[in-house]
Write a protein that binds this ligand. Structure first.
Ligand code: DSN
Length: 415
């Protein structure tokens, strides 16, 4: 862990909170599909003096002086990202996922243009056209759905909607969808109707970088991703596109959406991409998927309903109503056991988003700790015991102890 001597001495109040969060992370189990643990090197890169710099513009073309070293670090980040995803052009400046997606829409669309995106409660993201989000307010989204019986995207249905709506853009890539995506089919449909193709791979970027899942970057016009989920980097995002769209994407990020990039985060992104280019990252990604597949199988054996019947990636959405409780209730019960999960809607959820029917489980963080098949089996047994014996505080306390013991056996690499 970093040496927080100065923070401790100057601001004990903030330091105490950081300490409590550190203990929570060390002793508790992270099954939130979008979370992970960065390496010590990434943590250190984020805490560098690069945070002191303003560097609006791009390497070689800045609106501030003194950017020779920031130029170097941004160029390294871009070159590594290109290699990692076989991308023609990369912009590493987006501050996070939603700003990256806003920049993509700004680069390719005019307000009011027609777009297709997956419904939020079917696994999509807020920024894929939900009415309460800027995307749904500024653009004319039509939402496609997963097939309610298979829980999977039916490409014939997507084609039907695309032929009917004639969108200017089709968005694929999701937040709570556990199956491989048919990128090539999306591209064919988009070509048929003259639409741009936009992949949001925030969730699966690490698995794609490791080539454990199919890579849309060589196929699609534009791809966005956050850098802090399966990619295991700092909190942030990036956009990749074909060379022909490079200028319009860069202009949409700056000056369109953002001012100065966060150069300390750019440095951490460069370190993250460097790590993901190492052979060890492929082993990690393989294990993330193997762990998730086993977790889904173990849940199914115990009578849980998994949306789409399993997983090809790092996550699964479990319909908790199959066990007589809501996703929120399950989240609260598991919290009592030191297990963090996020409640999730299920397709056509009869319950509201604040109290939906499902829970989304993910394996990126526990795999970073080194947990494998043996641990996954125990974890599912604990989760099931907690759900089934939720009225027994002693049982929940007992599970919490076992969770803590396992977590201490598998330390977080950066702490
Ligand atoms: N909030 C992220 C997630 O949990 O999937 C998506 O932005």
């Amino acid at each position: 862990m970093l040496n927080y001597k100065n923070l401790s001495e100057q601001d004990g109040e903030v330091m105490a909170i950081v300490q409590r969060e550190t203990v929570r992370q060390v002793e508790e189990m992270e099954l939130i599909a979008s979370e992970n643990y960065v390496s010590k090197a990434i943590l250190e890169a984020m805490a560098t003096v690069l945070t002191n710099k303003y560097s609006e513009g791009f390497p070689g073309h800045r609106y501030y002086g003194g950017n020779q070293f920031v130029d170097e670090v941004e160029t390294i980040a871009v070159e590594r990202a290109k290699k990692l995803f076989s991308a023609e052009h990369v912009n590493v400046q987006p501050l996070s996922g939603s700003p990256a997606n806003a920049a993509v829409y700004m680069a390719f669309l005019k307000p009011g243009d027609k777009v297709l995106g997956l419904r939020l409660d079917h696994g999509g993201h807020l920024s894929h056209g939900h009415p309460v989000n800027f995307s749904g307010m500024l653009y004319d989204f039509t939402q496609y759905e997963v097939d309610i019986t298979t829980g999977q995207i039916n490409m014939e249905k997507v084609r039907e909607i695309a032929l009917r709506e004639k969108p200017k853009m089709i968005v694929a890539g999701y937040s709570a969808y556990s199956r491989e995506i048919e990128w090539q089919k999306f591209k064919e449909i988009a070509d048929e109707v003259g639409a741009f193709t936009f992949a949001d791979i925030a969730h699966t970027a690490g698995l794609i970088a490791a080539r454990e899942m199919n890579n849309p970057t060589p196929i699609f016009d534009v791809v966005s991703t956050t850098t802090h989920k399966t990619l295991r980097g700092p909190r942030g995002a990036m956009i990749m596109c074909k060379e022909q769209f490079a200028k319009q994407v860069d202009r949409a990020v700056f000056p369109g959406m953002q001012g100065g990039p966060h150069d300390h985060i750019t440095a951490a992104k460069a370190v993250c991409f460097g790590e993901a280019l190492q052979p060890g990252f492929k082993i990690y990604a393989k294990q993330v998927i193997a762990n998730a597949k086993l977790m889904a199988e173990e849940f199914i054996k115990l009578g849980y309903k998994i949306i789409s019947g399993g997983t090809d990636n790092h996550l699964m959405v479990v319909d908790m109503t199959s066990k007589g409780l809501s996703g929120k209730e399950a989240e609260i019960i598991l919290d009592k056991c030191g297990i963090s999960v996020s409640r999730s809607t299920i397709p056509n959820d009869p319950n509201p988003p604040m109290n939906p029917s499902g829970v989304r489980f993910g394996t990126p963080a526990i795999t970073t700790r080194g947990m494998k098949q043996e641990e996954i089996k125990k974890i599912v047994v604990w989760i099931n015991a907690a759900i089934e014996q939720r009225e027994e505080p002693e049982m929940l306390e007992n599970i919490k102890k076992q969770v803590k013991n396992m977590c201490l056996e598998f330390p977080i690499p950066s702490i």
